[in-house]
Design a protein around this ligand. Structure first.
Ligand SMILES: *Cc1c(COP(=O)(O)O)cnc(C)c1O
Length: 394
């Protein structure tokens, strides 16, 4: 029994590749080659070197003394906020650009909602001298001006998606259309553990460096590789997948997934997919997603742009359905207070996504001797305007 992916590309009943026939050759090329490429020593060598020298890995595993005292347990923070570009997303985009090079692709496309994945993609395209096209909803372009500027500064072309709700799912449709029209020279970099097989597995493998490092760092600090719990926020689920990866099949380690409740589960303005979602197909994968009774995807809401996604990846749907993962949802208000608390107690301003993970200590208690690792997925610089408005810090 494994909680990881099986040979058919499924986690339990979730996953697979539900794609239009026109997309089949692209996805099949990737599926048939990704494992062999990943396992090439030259790939491993180049990936490892870039993670070290460009991203700045290994990121520290920091014992948060004052935060631990406050909640009467041992809390370690895995500092993905210290990665180049400020979050874990770059681990995946570095991996995928190296994959694209080995597949002889010269052109990169991506879609982005909040712009964070677009920035991480534009960054690695600049690094490798590849053409970069980012699809983004016209409304999101207006809402996320700083990230649009970053992408342009990095040499990417940002193309607005003007159909439908003019947000992430429309940008995704545009990216898929582009890929169908450019099957030979283009690689599509997906930004989380979502999309058709093999994307969820490929992205989880690139992010698994997080838990590989946690094992080694805990061994040094605690004399054992396993914590009692690993905690991470879940949008699509990539930072959580990376932090859980090495522990998926070790049921001694509790896996805690934190979703955005938005204004509250029952308010109609939420992104808590495990509570509100049902089985359906999104982004080419069978998973849990928020939808109306006739199967239309509902518009999610969270104060944090990175958690504002109507589904979760298939790994997380399986962790939820099987009971292997413990799912907790946190409101906007709870997250904002936790973000401020970590700032004041530890001198670390977290991304609002991450603040959701930090907020669980008010809801759930741990034993004093428990070792709890929280994946600090990103830094709060990008969210300063939201913190300023919320706390009236002017
Ligand atoms: C994008 C993002 C997330 C959510 O994405 P996952 O794929 O669920 O990890 C979480 N935290 C930060 C800082 C992000 O930028």
């Amino acid at each position: 029994m494994t909680y990881n992916i099986n040979d058919m590309g499924y986690y339990g009943e979730f996953g697979g590749a539900y794609i239009p026939e026109m997309l089949y050759p692209n996805v099949e090329e990737l599926r048939s080659r990704y494992i062999a490429i990943l396992e090439e020593p030259s790939f491993q060598q180049e990936f490892g070197q870039l993670l070290k020298e460009y991203v700045g890995r290994p990121t520290p595993l920091y014992f948060a003394k004052r935060f631990s005292e406050k909640y009467n347990t041992k809390i370690y923070l895995k500092r993905e906020d210290l990665c180049h570009t400020g979050a874990h997303k770059i681990n995946n985009t570095i991996g995928q650009i190296l994959m694209a090079k080995r597949l002889k692709k010269t052109r990169i496309i991506a879609e982005t909602g909040a712009g964070q994945h677009g920035v991480a993609t534009a960054t690695v395209c600049a690094l490798m001298g590849m053409e970069c096209i980012v699809y983004m909803g016209a409304i999101d372009i207006r809402r996320q001006a700083p990230n649009v500027a970053r992408m342009k500064m990095l040499g990417a072309r940002v193309i607005p998606a003007t159909s439908g709700s003019k947000t992430l799912k429309d940008a995704t449709n545009e990216a898929i259309r582009d890929w169908i029209n450019n099957p030979v020279d283009t690689h599509y970099i997906i930004g989380s553990v979502v999309g058709p097989h093999p994307y969820p597995d490929m992205v989880a493998r690139f992010q698994s460096v997080i838990s590989q490092e946690i094992k080694q760092q805990l061994l040094e600090k605690e004399g054992r590789e396993t914590p009692n719990y690993v905690v991470a926020c879940v949008g699509g689920g990539s930072n959580a997948a990376g932090a859980y990866y090495e522990y998926l099949d070790n049921t001694q380690v509790g896996l805690i997934a934190v979703e955005a409740a938005g204004k509250g589960i029952d308010t109609g303005e939420s992104a808590a997919t495990s509570v509100l979602g049902k089985i359906g197909i999104i982004h080419g994968s069978k998973t849990l997603l928020m939808q109306t009774s006739d199967g239309q995807i509902t518009e999610p809401y969270s104060i944090s742009a990175g958690l504002d996604y109507p589904g979760v990846g298939p790994m997380h749907a399986h962790l939820f359905a099987s009971g292997r993962g413990e799912f907790i949802s946190i409101t906007d208000d709870e997250a904002m207070l936790a973000g401020r608390e970590l700032s004041e107690l530890e001198g670390i301003i977290p991304a609002i996504e991450t603040s959701h993970a930090l907020a669980i200590f008010k809801q759930r208690s741990f034993k004093k001797e428990d070792v709890v690792v929280v994946n600090l997925s990103g830094r709060g610089d990008k969210d300063l305007a939201t913190y300023i408005d919320y706390f009236n810090l002017k």
